[in-house]
Each structure stands twice: as structure tokens, then as C-alpha cells.
Design a protein around this ligand. Structure first.
Ligand code: ACO
Length: 325
């Protein structure tokens, strides 16, 4: 049975760091408030002129290097972003050019906001299983700070810029069991009736502007814990595994309180949870591959470990993926 094996990952954070203390000079907030309510200590901000495709390319190059591959070895790029370089073309085609993939294969963007990486992973996995791609770069990349209203303290303190990438490769080596390496299953959901809880108030067909993030924080928080827990249970049941079998939870990094509440609900002990939100804030589609790369690079995630990824974002969209690293 064909599986998408996760070969490597890589990530990139822009050089400029904005601490909570610096944030308190921009809006009426305090470093303590931000850290207590969200767990965030700092975020990274892209340099002037640094585009989402630049962040994505930097993360992709690291993932390629880690797998000892070149751009020309890739035949599919699925890039999740909510802050594309341009309305069109897709940011993915710029990355295709940047990494030297040439005219080989195909590249496109996915828009599912903070769930973008899970959606992109599911999409690439299905292209691989269908035999339409052999080696895919799955990227989450955001220049999210350009979508912020820097006078709105209820949103601007939460987000940051960054990118992460994973390389998937088709493998027919496994027996089709949950012991095989690779993506075991993905589970996607959305509910459009809830789209007004979290959105950007601009766009080409509405205002002809880029717009800014608007959010009902309390409701988003409530839905996040419920929906992500549901998706986790769905992924575990689909593969007949329990919380004990899961070695690592690699959640979307939005808010430490959301991560803690979700893990607690599912009896996933804190030692099993990868948390990086303190270092980069909510980087939307980039947050899962950023956390994954951190835990792979520091040696926590080892080959063969069962990892559970989950996210929720604007739409509302949510989902989970279970994989053996
Ligand atoms: N600094 C200081 N005070 C603030 C700030 C701030 N940055 N922001 C809000 N406040 C104030 C509010 O005005 C309010 O004051 P009031 O009581 O005088 O009206 C008070 O703090 C409490 O506000 P709440 O909204 O009740 O605070 P809460 O504990 O809910 O925390 C937060 C707010 C952090 C936004 C929380 O609701 C949250 O994390 N929601 C989820 C949002 C999220 O993660 N979105 C990301 C996208 S979706 C996703 O990724 C899952």
C-alpha cells in the first residue's frame, strides 16, 4: 500500500524579533498580560521587502538539505498561506522557481488559514497516494504581520511571521499497517457559518484592499478546544490508537492555554506536547511545521515516533493528521 513518508523538515524565522515589552510600546498592553493569556513571549517580523515566498523558500531549502535533495527532485509543491505575495500567481510557483524545480511537476497554494498546513499535508498525501506525484514539498508560510491592525491590541499581540516545510515521498515498502512510516491518515473539516468569528475585512472581490484581521477571541478559543479535540479523537479512532500510543502532539501554535486545554482533555501529558508558541507567536499555516522542525532538530522527535498534528483556523476550518515520523 502506497504511503507518503515524511523524509525531512525545515523552518525559517525572520531575523527581526519583537518582544512583548516592545509590543507594549506599540499598543495598550503589557508583557505580563500577553504571556499570561497566550504563552507568547516574542514574535518575528519579516524585513521590509521580505515576502512570503522568501520565507517559504528559506524553509524549503533547509528541508531539501536535510533530505540531501535538490529542487529538481521535487514534483509537487503545496503551499499553505493566508498572506500570499500577490493575489495571483500562487506563491508556490515563485518557490518552484526559487528552488530550481524548473518546469517539472506543479505547484499551487492552499487557503485554510491556521489549518492550512494540515490541509496542504492532506492534499499532497492524496496526490501521492493517487500516483500523481512522487516527492512533494508541503509548506506553511506567512507574512501575517502585514494583515494586522497595529492599533488593535486584541489581535496584533498574537501573530508573527515564519515558514516551515516538510518533504513527503511515495513509498510502497510498507505493509499498510500503523507500524509503517508515513502519514497514516488525515481528517479535514470546515463550517462556513462560523466564518465571521475570525476573518480579514478585505479582499479583491469585496473591498479591493488587503484588509485586517478581525476576531471574536472568546468564541474562537471555545471552538478551538472543542474542534481540535474532536479531530484528534477522530484521527486516533481511525487508526485504533490511544493517547498512550501517541509519542508527540505537535499542535497548531496559537495560544498555550488552547494547547494545554486540548491536551488535558485528551489525557496527553505535557511531556508529550511540542510547544514553541512562546518563541514565535501564532504564525498561522507555518506553526505546525515550525514546531515539528524544532522538535526534530533538537532530537525530541525520533524516526518511528507516532506524531499527531492538529489545527483550527478561520473559516472555521480544522483538522488533524496522524503520522509515523
Ligand atoms: N492587552 C491587555 N488587555 C487586553 C488585550 C491586550 N493585548 N487584549 C484584550 N485585553 C483586555 C480586553 O479588552 C478585556 O478587557 P475588559 O475586561 O476591560 O473588557 C480583558 O483584556 C479580557 O479580555 P478577554 O477577551 O476576555 O481575554 P481572554 O482571556 O479571552 O484572552 C485572547 C483573549 C488571548 C485573544 C483569547 O480569547 C484567545 O486566545 N482566543 C483565541 C484566539 C486565537 O488564538 N486566535 C488565533 C487564530 S485561531 C487559532 O489559531 C486557533
Amino acid at each position: 500500500m502506497r504511503r507518503s513518508v515524511m523524509l525531512s523538515c525545515g523552518s525559517y524565522l525572520p531575523e527581526k524579533v519583537l518582544t512583548n515589552e516592545e509590543m507594549a510600546k506599540i499598543v495598550d498592553t503589557s508583557a505580563e498580560w500577553i504571556e499570561q493569556r497566550t504563552g507568547i513571549k516574542k514574535r518575528h517580523v519579516a524585513a521590509p521587502g521580505q515576502k512570503t515566498s522568501d520565507l517559504a523558500t528559506a524553509a524549503a531549502m533547509k528541508a531539501l538539505k536535510a533530505a540531501n535533495l535538490q529542487g529538481s527532485d521535487i514534483d509537487l509543491i503545496v503551499l499553505a498561506t493566508t498572506s500570499p505575495d500577490n493575489t495571483f500567481p500562487a506563491t508556490a510557483v515563485t518557490v518552484q522557481d526559487n528552488i530550481g524545480m524548473g518546469g517539472k511537476g506543479f505547484a499551487f497554494d492552499i487557503q485554510a488559514v491556521c489549518s492550512g498546513f494540515i490541509y496542504a499535508l492532506a492534499t499532497a498525501d492524496n496526490f501521492i497516494k493517487a500516483g500523481q506525484a512522487k516527492r512533494a514539498l508541503v509548506i506553511g508560510a506567512e507574512h501575517f504581520t502585514n494583515l494586522l491592525d497595529w492599533t488593535d491590541r486584541t489581535t496584533c499581540v498574537l501573530f508573527g511571521d515564519g515558514a516551515g516545510a516538510v518533504i513527503l515521498e511515495a513509498s510502497d515498502d510498507g505493509k499498510g499497517t500503523k507500524e509503517d512510516r508515513g502519514i497514516l491518515s488525515t481528517h479535514l473539516h470546515s463550517e462556513g457559518a462560523l466564518r465571521n468569528l475570525l476573518y480579514v475585512d478585505g479582499g479583491p472581490s469585496s473591498t479591493r484592499t488587503v484588509g485586517h484581521v478581525k476576531m471574536n477571541g472568546k468564541e474562537v478559543f471555545r471552538h478551538a478546544v472543542t474542534r481540535m479535540s474532536e479531530a484528534i479523537v477522530e484521527a486516533m479512532q481511525a487508526n485504533k490508537v490511544t493517547a498512550e500510543d501517541v509519542r508527540w502532539l505537535v499542535p497548531h501554535q496559537a495560544n498555550k492555554r488552547i494547547i494545554d486545554a486540548t491536551a488535558e482533555k485528551l489525557h496527553l501529558t505535557p511531556e508529550k506536547v511540542v510547544v514553541t508558541v512562546q518563541d514565535h507567536g501564532n504564525t498561522s499555516a507555518a506553526s505546525i511545521p515550525l514546531a515539528l522542525s524544532t522538535a526534530v532538530e533538537d532530537g525530541r522527535i525520533q524516526r518511528g515516533d507516532l506524531i499527531l498534528m492538529e489545527a483550527m483556523g478561520g473559516g472555521l476550518t480544522w483538522g488533524a493528521a496522524l503520522a509515523r515520523w
